[in-house]
Design a protein around this ligand. Sequence first.
Ligand SMILES: [Zn+2]
Length: 232
Amino acid sequence: MKHKTIAFIYAHPDDETFSSSYLIRQTVDEGHRVVLLTATRGDAGKTGRLGSMTPQELAARRERELEQAARILGIAEVRQLGLGDGKLKDVPAEELQKQIAEFIAHHNAEVVVTFPADGISGHKDHIVIHHAVNAVVFSRRTPTVQKLYYNQLGNYQSESSSVVKLEAGGYWEAKRLALQAHESQILSIERVFGDLGPEVPPHHRFEAFELAWERGVHFPPKTERSVWNDLL
Ligand SMILES: [Zn+2]
């Protein structure tokens, strides 16, 4: 198969690492290209054990953290829109969609991954991104896109849709290092993953990606082994 491009569209620096590291690393190892768009610079977040920072300082810090995580995971290009962290609902929908569409078109991505309807964590910014990516892909304004996946929690099950599961296997080490790179977010990382030892945390053996749309069909009932199955 010709090498393909997969675009991850998320809200904050670290969203990619939390629940897509196994897929990103495997994709890169198989010779495909991964690109990442984050709508915000994460400047309204916490600073972990790094002490107090201004929003500008935190944004700059998180940009460096994201660059390091991207290097570890093998992401070819990261773009940050710099929209308001925690305030994406205030961005005009058409403006957000336009920027997402331009990013996807620039990279000619065949596969797009974003948040599910509940934002995976319920975060309002995540839910805004979910709807914006849906609007772009469903309207086919980015004709290179053949499939859209929702990044679900690793234990996600569905009887009616296709869910590709990625097992940690040899990828936990990359995920662990990428998580550590997001040092300002270490408190929420430890809350979710524990203290980041060499063993895969039992609840994080899998990442799950639900096929939401394939060339005009919503939730096609099929079984897939990989997000690359059935691409033209
Ligand atoms: Zn987030």
